[in-house]
Design a protein around this ligand. Structure first.
Ligand code: NAP
Length: 311
């Protein structure tokens, strides 16, 4: 069996048949947990990285239904795993399942990278740091220097990105979400990061606005970077997350969505003359950071990029 054609394993395999992971050659010692998980592109580029580094381990998919998430994480040591990545909908459960998590993962309320250390599980989240690297690569700027409008700030990815922006000390952060109540706790949690003497004019450095209407349009006039962290754009039939006429040429627009090429948002932004990038670069860098955490060595980034671009 080649590592790229590995079957999708299940939570039951982990919990009831932990020996099956050692039966492949090389043995499965890493995986992505999700539901659904078939769409995940992580096995392709992580296996390419493992092969390039001569590491005798394979990376598989594990389909984990919601009710089995905690048990599946706790079964990792007995099944001989080094760690996992975590995707929708298990990032919050992963934080619950680990014995320890770093500061950023705890603040984000989610873990996307688990490391097995003996019988213990340690959690990290590489989504925010991956986005920082992606923004630097795509736009040659640092997140900390930017005024950011974050669309979908109340979702899992949105919260992780908001926390990263705050920890980076970005110039301004505007949180927009369809359900505004979800940004209230975030404003409270992040306020301390924005209480500084930094002079940025009369505007609040941290605020929440609805995901529609004149308040959001006004904030776009005072922004450098717009990040879409809503799930809008994953399907071609999705409505646009912003009216095309609101997008101005001075903006950088980053869409965390990468399924199916460029989204309507990115097409509208490019037509308006704005600089654009889709979430593939964030996917690449969050994966490279996970690899670095598991193996304590630099990831073969160009191998991973080439693999991602070829699938
Ligand atoms: P999530 O927790 O389910 O959050 C979804 C977000 O989208 C929420 O803010 C939700 O608003 C908003 N939303 C959903 N439907 C909407 C609609 N019809 N109109 C307006 N807003 C809507 O999902 P997630 O895990 O944060 O993922 C969000 C996106 O990030 C996905 O597209 C995912 O692919 C992407 N992502 C990309 C990467 C990467 O590496 N590139 C990594 C992680 C995530 P409410 O709060 O109002 O429901």
């Amino acid at each position: 069996m080649t590592t790229d054609s590995l079957q999708t394993f299940t939570a039951d395999d982990l919990i009831q048949r932990p020996g099956v992971f050692a039966e492949s050659d090389p043995p499965v010692r890493l995986a992505v947990f999700g539901d659904p998980v078939a769409h995940s592109r992580s096995p392709g580029f992580q296996n390419a990285a493992l092969r390039a580094c001569g590491i005798p381990a394979a990376y598989a998919r594990v389909l984990v239904p919601a009710g089995q998430a905690i048990a599946a994480f706790r079964a990792l040591p007995a099944a001989g795993f080094l760690g996992t990545n975590v995707t929708i909908p298990h990032k919050a459960a992963a934080l619950e399942a680990v014995d320890e998590a770093d500061d950023y993962a705890r603040r984000s309320g989610s873990v996307n990278t688990v490391v097995v250390e003996g019988d213990r599980l340690v959690g990290f989240n590489t989504d925010g740091p991956g986005l920082v690297r992606a923004i630097r690569e795509e736009f040659q700027v640092d997140l900390r220097d930017l005024r950011v409008v974050l669309l979908g700030a109340g979702g899992g990815a949105g919260r992780a990105i908001a926390v990263q922006c705050a920890m980076e000390g970005c110039e301004r952060l505007v949180l927009a979400n369809r359900t505004p109540e979800k940004t209230k706790p975030l404003i409270k949690d992040l306020a301390g990061f924005f209480r500084t003497d930094r002079l940025v004019g009369p505007a609040d450095r941290l605020l929440a606005v609805p995901l529609e209407g004149p308040l959001l349009q006004e904030q776009l006039n005072h922004a450098d970077l717009v990040i879409n962290a809503t799930s809008l754009g994953m399907r071609r039939t999705d409505p646009p997350v912003l009216p095309a006429s609101w997008i101005t040429p001075n903006l950088m627009v980053y869409d965390t969505v990468y399924a199916g090429g460029n989204s309507r948002l990115l097409e509208d932004a490019a037509a308006a003359g704005a600089r654009t990038a889709n979430g593939l670069s964030m996917l690449l860098h969050q994966g490279a950071l996970s690899f670095e955490i598991w193996f304590n060595r630099p990831a073969p980034l160009e191998v991973m990029r080439a693999s991602l671009q070829s699938t």
